[in-house]
Design a protein around this ligand. Sequence first.
Ligand code: IPM
Ligand code: MG
Length: 361
Amino acid sequence: MAHYRIALLPGDGIGVEVIGEAVRVLAAVGGRFDHSFEYSEDLVGGASIDAHGVALREETLEMCRAQDAVLFGAVGGPKWDDPAATVRPEQAILGLRKGLGLFANIRPVKMLPFLVDSTPLKRETVEAIDMVVLRELTGGIYFGEPQRRWEEGGQRHAVDTLAYSEEEVERIVRLGFETARGRRGLLTSVDKANILDTSRMWREITEEIASDYPDVTLEHRLVDACAMDLIRHPAWFDVIVTENMFGDILTDEASMLAGSMGMLPSASLGAAGSVGMYEPIHGTAPDIAGQGIANPAAMILSAALMLRYSLNLEAEAAVVEAAVSEVFAAGNLPADLAAAGSEPLGTEVLGELIAERVARG
Ligand code: IPM
Ligand code: MG
């Protein structure tokens, strides 16, 4: 029996509800494939601020470093929303990315047939959507120094810094080429090279790396035009690679194309050998938290990505993904997807159905 150690960081809001369903489904995976999963759980985000005064403790980071992978729910909520606060729930996620060296955020966006009518776009536009967005995660304007506010001449001033090194660009762009090579062979690099020096450097480095990948077609798009093309012809895209903040914005946009944020998982990976982190792309959904109606799919599918990327269990990952698709396609739908007038299923019931499907094989 193979044994895996997983850090469980539920966070706040619906993060707490959906992560339990990922654990339930992993138990079914363990039963069917003879693996055991051992969990070390800790508070992060608002829950950690309430208990310890900080969003992420050093000892939590240390605990995560000693595991095979990290499952993360979501952090934040109205209680901790004061923009002037120096301690904020989001610091947990940024601290984990930086502290674990997770420079690549992988967000697959694929149209699931039963969701074709839940998107705001026309059926023929969305039907063939199948892309992966690779977002750089530990550089750019999120982390650049200086970042501060000050007062001068009776005015408030603030500065953020967008900085990248060659190494930071190269490792994510290479991953982009590798990913495209394993798929349809089209890499779209997104920047703002008409304005930003970081983008001009990004483009230059990407062009240089392209010569190592003659089998991949490289195209460059400016981020504003790319935002438009994602709506106009989303099925064009295969692999998109971009810097931190452009990726933050484009991945939210891309998630709407596929019908629901509640369906989309993500993986955050570092250099070979480092601990990966897996989380749904949705947030804590304070409006529905505590009601047991959140869609657990994105969290369960994030656990599937963990099986694939961190634990090297491809068959197990595929079984979980197929189970989610089958359960949903059979009309068992959570509140965010159920048609008006039909009775939606709750978080736990859906988790149980998916776990049963996994166990049955
Ligand atoms: C995301 C989120 C985070 C980000 C926040 C919560 C810090 O929006 O993962 O996309 O901006 O990266
Ligand atoms: Mg975001």
